[in-house]
Ligand binder design. Structure first.
Ligand SMILES: C[S@@+](CC[C@H](N)C(=O)[O-])C[C@H]1O[C@@H](n2cnc3c(N)ncnc32)[C@H](O)[C@@H]1O
Length: 193
């Protein structure tokens, strides 16, 4: 269930692009996903929840590391993205992986995980504590969370040119991400409420 207009827009947008998302042109998602999972030290038998898992870059990397005695769970608002992720996991033989369609804000899960991860989703929320809060909620005490975010000026000048062109045709389709530069302020993510 989606909780905001922006989430609903994302659902529609990512459903549209899902078929082309897992592609060589976007393979950096795989590289950064693998790197984040590796940097956390995820290992055999552990459990990982991946919020905004998309086509599974982090979920598959986590599943490979935890192996059949562990558990990997991917959550996304887009059924299209989840379909691609689930197909990839099936092809990899990772039957210890499950996927669930949900807005990360609305997610209810009884289980607590060893790790909570989230790759390149923070920009969709105006409140930058939303993703860390959602992760903390699903991770056991002394578990670890890992988040990757876009850097300053990412995708420029592509992003600006693209938005300029689109603004003349379908301004409604221009994504309006939150201000990710605010992440550079120390302490912005400290409030766990
Ligand atoms: C840029 S993709 C990143 C996918 C993946 N984490 C990766 O690193 O490849 C962003 C993903 O966030 C998902 N998303 C956006 N808003 C969401 C929300 N409120 N709840 C759950 N998923 C969301 C989108 O559907 C999309 O799959």
């Amino acid at each position: 269930m989606a909780s905001s207009d922006r989430s609903l827009n994302n659902q529609a947008r990512f459903n549209q692009v899902a078929w082309s998302y897992y592609s060589p042109a976007l393979s950096f998602f795989e590289v950064f996903g693998e790197r984040l999972i590796e940097s956390l030290g995820v290992s055999i038998g552990e459990s990982v929840i991946d919020l905004g898992c998309g086509t599974g870059a982090l979920t598959l990397a986590a599943a490979t590391r935890v192996g059949g005695t562990g558990r990997a769970v991917g959550i996304d608002i887009s059924a299209g993205m989840l379909e691609v992720a689930a197909r990839r996991s099936r092809e990899a033989g990772h039957d210890w992986t499950t996927y669930h369609e949900s807005d990360i804000v609305d997610l209810e899960f009884d289980e607590e995980f060893d790790y909570g991860v989230c790759g390149f989703v923070t920009q969709w929320f105006d409140n930058l504590t939303t993703v860390p809060r959602a992760l903390v909620k699903h991770v056991r005490p002394n578990g670890k969370i890992g988040i990757s975010v876009w850097g300053r000026g990412s995708w420029e000048p592509h992003r600006t040119v693209f938005a300029e062109v689109l603004s003349h045709i379908r301004p409604d389709l221009i994504p309006k991400p939150g201000n990710i530069n605010r992440l550079e302020k120390p302490g912005v993510l400290v409030d766990r409420g």
